[in-house]
Design a protein around this ligand. Structure first.
Ligand code: GRE
Ligand code: ZN
Length: 325
């Protein structure tokens, strides 16, 4: 399929590049340059595999791991300015998600507002919880101090992409001795799905009924659990209570949009379309951690209808991000 749009596609600046050096030296020789490049190798891959546009975002965990608030604010601003400059060179091929200093809710709101209103960004991509004040102090965005931030996101009418990061070592004892489970193999999805569920359970979406969220990796495992999360031993008459008014599935289907980033599985895609509807799923790659060619070849041939392919490959993104292409 020509004209695909991909939206979990990362770049790095010098200050954040080292965060992605997780696979060892043999991969880093390729991965480092792939992260820094925007207009050459990346564009050639897009041309070769029918990707018309990428919505770009900073690598992970980047800003979220900078516990010094002032530095986090400065690095986010720098990364967003670099990205704006790159998008300006080819506005028909690239669009931008803001990196946000969520260490401080007001600073997050201010930077998102600047990026959307002054730089023309189409949303935010945030790498999970933020460390703030000290390396071991962790904030999730269901906390009350983030409610004004979320109202800003809603008022700006831009989607918020909740992207994975690893749990801190002090929170990751379940993985001790099993480091292979960290990162994209498993811990990313466990961490991110719990964060999404915290947002849902907190009542956030009752307070902000027009918020639009995006999750990668075909929903970080959540689509297959929608029934079970709400079913939770239905015959036991007293389920655990949470602040939100409705079941998890209600909010997930209404507010969340999923991408195929780094999860090129047709059964997973078909399941997500069945649970969410084809208008809540979008093609993505997860460049440079995944290959554009592998993702595109899989998607172009996946056993879905041609009308779903066009929606998922292109139209849903144009609509959700109001892209002018
Ligand atoms: C990602 O952005 O999804 C990612 C990383 C690091 C390793 C693998 C990966 O940030 O998919
Ligand atoms: Zn990613």
């Amino acid at each position: 399929m020509q004209g695909k749009i991909a939206l979990e596609e990362h770049f790095a600046i010098e200050a954040t590049l080292g965060d992605s050096q997780v696979f060892g030296a043999h991969v880093w020789e390729t991965l480092g340059p792939r992260l820094i490049d925007i207009q050459d190798m990346r564009l050639a891959e897009m041309d070769k595999h029918g990707v018309e546009m990428m919505i770009l975002s900073l690598n992970a965990p980047a800003v979220q791991a900078i516990h010094d608030v002032k530095t986090a604010i400065a690095v986010a601003r720098q990364a967003n300015d670099v990205l704006a400059e790159e998008v300006r060179k080819r506005p028909m091929r690239f669009a931008a998600f803001a990196a946000l200093p969520m260490q401080d809710a007001e600073a997050g709101s201010a930077e998102l507002t600047r990026c959307v209103k002054e730089l023309g960004f189409v949303g935010a991509l945030v790498n999970g919880f933020s460390q703030t004040g000290s390396p071991d102090t962790v904030v999730y965005y269901d906390l009350p101090q983030y409610r004004t931030f979320w109202r800003t996101v809603e008022a700006l009418d831009v989607p918020f992409y909740l992207h994975p990061r690893n749990p801190l070592p002090s929170w990751a004892r379940q993985y001790e001795g099993h480091n292979w489970l960290l990162g994209p193999n498993w811990a990313f999805h466990s961490e991110t799905s719990v964060h999404a569920l915290r947002l849902i359970g907190s009542g956030l979406f009752d307070e902000c009924p027009n918020l639009k969220m995006v999750l990668g990796h075909i929903g970080e495992g959540l689509p297959i659990y929608l029934w079970r999360i709400d079913g939770r031993n239905g015959w036991m008459k007293e389920p655990h209570r949470y602040a939100a008014k409705h079941g998890v599935g209600h909010y997930f289907r209404k507010h969340f949009h999923l991408t195929t980033s780094g999860n090129f599985s047709t059964p997973a895609l078909v399941n997500a379309v069945t649970e969410m509807g084809a208008d809540h799923v979008m093609f993505s790659v997860d460049w440079p951690f995944e290959d554009v060619g592998e993702g595109a070849e899989w998607f172009d041939k996946a056993a879905i209808s041609e009308s779903d392919r066009v929606r998922i490959g292109r139209e849903n993104a144009i609509e959700l991000f109001k892209l002018k292409i």
